[in-house]
Ligand binder design. Structure first.
Ligand code: NAD
Ligand code: MG
Length: 374
């Protein structure tokens, strides 16, 4: 039995993971669950799974039951327990970073949905893996696809990664219309149903920038060998071009169930007849187009932040989190998100080899810059 902790169990990935695990009860047990504030749903999950550890992070903790752990420390506590082999980090935002680092430091497998962890603290995460034997297996569908295509091959055998992007709801819109897009329009994703923050990130393409940085750290490739192509059907989850010119792709219906299951079983596969079946005829036609960088400036800004390294990815991520929150509150325009990120990156500078505290300091300063704008 493999023992799993799910951080962010009440979210889109967390609830999907529990659905997948419900079909694999003879292989996995859930020993820890944490959520931010949805105490009602968390209580239902606790009743169904009986985890040894339950964490409710929200500062007021309303709805917490006796015996539940409270506060942000609950994430790290859950991630480092002896009765946990795999930490599925499905928290949204940099709030998940310390738990990722702590789990890797404790030698755990981190099934990583919380890409923000790796974007902000990629160097630290890799150093922690090297020192303590932890491993990061991606949940993100694109990175899961790449890992599945790679098999036993390493970065030496790869010429190029081709990451697919749905293009989001504004794929064909005029830049001026995109600038004034409303919250309802941004939350209407064409192919995936996800949490609100990543849905907005998919509309700005900031999500794809986060994914390029995530791929850089996961697969050890320089940025000029990671490309993005728009693929509106979200069926080809990503592609790997090998040094001999062969290109492998992983395909399937847009569902997070397979990448979640694979993050738990890699390099093995478990039978799961309930994962949505792929029908190539129904999926046809599959199309690809270039990204319109002028219409989605957050993508290039984010990739440039990745290239710059140091605190820049942390600044990009924090400014994006703060700007998306303000957009969702109706205080910032859609176009204002990328402009706010740009302003933060131009304003906040720092050391080239940041510690965890340097990264959190950069995060705070970036949020302050965005806070002054809206
Ligand atoms: P979500 O908003 O639906 O769920 C987030 C979960 O984290 C909830 O359980 C919430 O209670 C918890 N949480 C929120 N803020 C927290 C905090 N400050 N401290 C502790 N817990 C907190 O988000 P989601 O769509 O499930 O996405 C989760 C992560 O997975 C994100 O990093 C996202 O980019 C990534 N991801 C999601 C999808 C998807 O299909 N939803 C796909 C790929 C990657
Ligand atoms: Mg993705």
């Amino acid at each position: 039995m493999r023992k799993v902790a799910i951080l962010g169990s009440t979210g889109s990935i967390g609830t999907t993971a529990l659905r997948v695990l419900a079909r694999q009860r003879e292989r996995f047990i859930v020993t820890a669950l944490t959520a931010h504030s949805n105490a009602g749903l968390l209580a239902e999950q606790v009743a169904a799974w009986h985890p040894a550890f339950v964490g409710l992070v929200s500062p007021n903790g309303s709805g917490a039951q006796p015996g539940w752990n409270r506060g942000a420390e609950a994430l790290v506590d859950a991630a480092t327990r002896d009765d946990v082999d795999i930490v599925l980090n499905a928290v949204v935002g940099v709030a998940g970073m310390d738990a990722t680092l702590a789990a890797l430091g404790a030698g755990k497998r981190v099934a990583l949905a919380n890409k923000e962890s790796l974007v902000v603290a990629g160097e630290l995460a890799l150093a922690t893996c090297a020192r303590h034997g932890g491993e990061i297996i991606p949940v993100d569908s694109e990175h899961s696809a790449i890992l599945q295509c790679l098999g036993t091959r390493s970065a030496r055998d790869i010429r190029r990664l081709i990451i697919t992007a749905s293009g989001g709801p504004f794929r064909k819109w005029d830049p001026s219309r995109i600038d004034a897009a409303t919250r309802a329009e941004a939350l209407r994703h064409p192919t995936w149903t996800m949490g609100r923050k990543i849905t907005v990130d998919s509309a700005t393409l900031a999500n794809k920038a986060l994914e390029v940085i995530e791929a850089h750290f996961l697969f050890g490739l320089p940025y000029d060998r990671i490309e993005v192509v728009v693929h509106p059907q979200s069926v080809v989850h990503s592609m790997v071009e090998f040094v001999d010119g062969s290109v492998l792709a992983q395909v399937g219906v847009p569902s997070m169930e397979l990448p979640i299951l694979y993050s738990l079983t890699h390099p093995d596969r478990l039978p799961d007849v309930d994962v949505p079946r792929f029908d190539p005829v129904a999926a046809s036609p599959l199309t690809f187009e270039p990204v319109r960088l002028d219409a989605f400036p957050a993508l290039q800004i984010g990739i440039d932040a990745g290239r710059a390294g140091g605190i820049a990815p942390a600044v990009f991520n924090a400014a994006n989190e703060a700007a998306v929150a303000r957009f969702l509150e109706g205080r910032l325009s859609f176009g204002g998100i990328a402009r706010a990120i740009e302003r933060a990156l131009a304003t906040v500078s720092g050391t080239a080899v940041p510690t965890r505290d340097d990264l959190m300091d950069a995060d705070r300063r970036a949020r302050a810059v965005v806070g002054e704008l809206a």
